[in-house]
Design a protein around this ligand. Structure first.
Ligand code: 5GP
Ligand code: ZN
Length: 113
């Protein structure tokens, strides 16, 4: 837990979120500013600053994030979707608690701008 981290505050319940899944290791909730009809975030409850902060002890939870993301995507009616993890401000990271975006429900361009 990091005191001033927005997503740690959501984990603690200090800030409300539209939760889709929760267990003792992982939380998934809808993005407050969706960029597509379906846009939710999957985060570990452990505070990890971003993809480059992942260590060997995180192998299991990082894999679980993808499994849970797949499961919720299916529940949301998505067969096709994009997973995004931004690392660093230049890559578009604005919240420094690792999060996997799951985005779908419309066609998406590649490469990103
Ligand atoms: P990043 O740009 O760091 O990859 O993604 C951060 C995401 O968190 C953004 O898509 C942004 O809309 C979302 N976000 C920021 N603040 C909140 C919040 O208070 N609640 C929720 N549900 N999402 C948030
Ligand atoms: Zn955090």
């Amino acid at each position: 837990m990091a005191e001033d981290c927005l997503f740690c505050k959501i984990i603690r319940g200090d800030i409300p979120a539209d939760k889709l899944y929760e267990d003792d290791e992982v939380l998934a909730f809808r993005d407050i500013a969706p960029v597509a009809p379906v846009h939710f975030l999957v985060i570990p409850k452990k505070h990890i600053s971003g993809p480059s902060g992942v260590t060997e002890e995180d192998d299991k939870v990082i894999g679980k994030m993808m499994r849970i993301g797949n499961h919720i995507a299916k529940e949301e009616g998505l067969e096709q979707f994009r997973l995004v993890l931004n690392n660093g401000a230049e890559a578009g990271q604005t919240v420094f608690h690792i999060h996997m975006h799951v985005i779908g429900g419309r066609s998406l361009n590649w490469p990103p701008g």
